[in-house]
Write a protein that binds this ligand. Sequence first.
Ligand code: ZN
Length: 395
Amino acid sequence: MAINFYDYVSSYDFVPFAELQSNDDFKVISSKKSSLISTAIKEVYKKKSEVTIEFKPETIKKEKTILKFKLQKAHQYASDPDGYLRYKLTAVNGQVFVSNHNKKEVEHDLGVKRYDDIVEIVFSKNLMQSVKYIDFYYKENSDDWFDFKGNLPASWEHCGRVTIGAGSTCYCNRDFTEEEMREIVKELKENTFYSAKDPITKENKQYPITNLPYHSINKIFHRNGNSGKFKNEEVIDNSFKTFTKSLNTIFTKYEINTCRLKIHFLSQIYIETLFFSQTIETDNNYTKRYDPYRGRGFIHLTWEGNYKKYKKDNNVDIVSNYSSVAKDLFVAADTAGWYWRKGSSKGDINKVANRGTVEEVTPYVNALSFNLKERKDAFNILIKILKYENCNNKK
Ligand SMILES: [Zn+2]
């Protein structure tokens, strides 16, 4: 299997490319090369490679595996005998995973390598679960390849990336990336409501709230309503970036940290927020008996008493600034995280969600278990999307 990290067509320059050597510990999910770039100064043509691999489930149970890359001539007439290549491992959530490097990213200088040399990258169990990317950098000349501060000089060129696919590592104790969250939301929506599957089929019609015309595959939290009583509570920043960040923040803060807990949490908030479309109960034609403390946030926080409890515990005044729970995704997420652990009158939801079913968890979130079927369906689909069968802490 030839995967080039760099193609560099030039008559004499040494430019290596690293060929990933296949082995039984991983599978290649995709590989692509970016388009040719021609630089005006030099007659060179470059292609970056992007490869996504996944470690196999049995691999991540091993103590270690080794990825091997063979350095090769990019051009048959390349004459220099050696060159320089660096790689940098980037952790998923910025955790430090190599003890003697007090940095988020670790660089390993390969120094002088010759054609046909094999570069080995050892993945310990810990690295397999935390590394998201291996980035390769190339430098043509050797004058500034060494940097004591550990920063790559600008003259180093990024020449290829191996992405360790999400299937390799489960979602326990790590952040979601923005791309992962986009994919999760997209797949979840595609499998639970009509929009991607127009025309509406019989199966999709089973969902009482799915044939609303405003759901969108690519938009989130865009439906807070722009008229009536609470028209000024639209989400200020409803980007996937912010959504992902807000979830990662509370998953860490409230220790919703295993695949199972995250799947339970996401399936509940998916329904609570009407398929990630609203952070407020919008029914602006009606006055609710608990107004203005109507349902807001990822788990619709309702009644003044609950807003007060949150304020007391967190010293954040959502009682007078109740609209912030709908408008600010970080507050929407934090109120839900707080509710999950401390706000539910039935107790800590982590305890029941650790082993429990959706039927058991739902009354903690919604006393009357409204939309139980939809919550169960979301859970069952998330189990597949997050590949729970590969979870290191599967119950
Ligand atoms: Zn897991």
